[in-house]
Design a protein around this ligand. Sequence first.
Ligand SMILES: C[S@@+](CC[C@H](N)C(=O)[O-])C[C@H]1O[C@@H](n2cnc3c(N)ncnc32)[C@H](O)[C@@H]1O
Ligand code: SF4
Length: 431
Amino acid sequence: MVSDFIRKKISKYFTGQDEIVFCDNIPSYGMLTEKFSNIDELGLYLHIPFCDRICPYCPYNKEVYNENKAWNYVDALKKEIESYAYIIGNKPVTSFYIGGGTPTTMLKTGINEIINHIYKHFKMDCNIHMESHPNHLTTENLNILEAIGVKHLSVGVESLQDNHLKILERPYTVIEAKKSIERAVGRNFECINIDYIFDLPGQTPSEIEQAGNDIVKLGVDQVATYPLFRFPYTKLGKKFDEKRNAVNTMFRRRKFLKIIEDILYDSNYTRSSVWAFTKKGVDKYCSVTVPIYLGLGASGSSYLKDIFYVNTFSVSEYINAINQGKSPIALSIDLSEEMQMAGWLYWRIYETKFKKSDFQNRFKSSFDDKYGKQMKMLNRMGYLKNGEDQIKLSDKGTYWIHAFEDYFSINYINKLWGNSKSMAWPEKIIL
Ligand SMILES: C[S@@+](CC[C@H](N)C(=O)[O-])C[C@H]1O[C@@H](n2cnc3c(N)ncnc32)[C@H](O)[C@@H]1O
Ligand code: SF4
């Protein structure tokens, strides 16, 4: 209860709002056209909500793959793409991310049709970034990925120890996962990223060290390494809903992350976000931080300066709505300038370095007037370097400032995603 009170106070301090309210107020076609007319460029996110099987820890919107449903999803997506063709017009799409679920479940069920449709209707000015599952990276599938134009490929490896793969219920062994990565690294992709989860139940520092060294040997371009988040609405979240000491957890994660950090820094990787490390000279694999974006598909979410909206999470309802000529958007929220600024700062901190002049360009007001005091204090604490224009977080600052942000934002994600998963068309979600 005390922590809820503190969370609300912090949220109010940064956003100026007592409550953050999402409601079923669906933006009209005309309103979206007007909002898109005020932007210069956008990122595109395409959600593929299918997986071969469901992992017990996974918070994302997905269901077990079904071929018929996948084809119906392709048809619906094409219609959603067409509905945005006029709205977006000639604005360049400067990043394209296909996530899920597992996008590689649809390599033979129409993913090429969806991509072609996107390239036909939007002004695409970027490469394709796509998530994949280790079990799908056969030579045949890697050929398809290259043929459809994927240049940045992420592989959900999760662990490099068989005992932990078992706990996570991942359907492969370390040897098989390594073979998949080696096959992908041996191709001509511009960036191979692997996802690695740490702070697993019972995991020891020496296991993390061994995995870190293995990752370096595999020669991947980037590592995205997250602690295991226990979302209360997942199977694992329910099982591990022990009264964990949040402060202990934060310090343990810091210790584990430092082990990985040190190994990667010694091997020519630099930090590219709170949780990602990229080899020097490689174009990073990532798009969660794109400032303005359109999300397509079930649970696709879109952010256009002063509005954030989310499609229904239900794949069947998404398909039905589109086939009936209705909007798949389930929830939206209008964002005050204060909220937009807080959101901007959140994602820039996630990226670990940013320019004050970008804030000035975006909001036509001075970064120092708005956040100067807080930055000076963090500078004194050694959490960041507050330069004339550039702000760069230290490793200590990166971890602790983000942990602080997470402390109140994770509850919001739990509530928004948890409710959206259980109700296809919620009337209102109050965070
Ligand atoms: C959509 S999945 C990646 C592609 C594919 N579905 C797979 O699992 O191999 C995205 C990534 O999020 C991460 N992830 C999922 N649930 C997580 C959790 N509870 N805590 C931390 N990371 C998580 C995993 O590293 C996972 O690879
Ligand atoms: S972790 Fe990946 S494969 Fe597992 S359920 Fe989530 S999206 Fe699907």
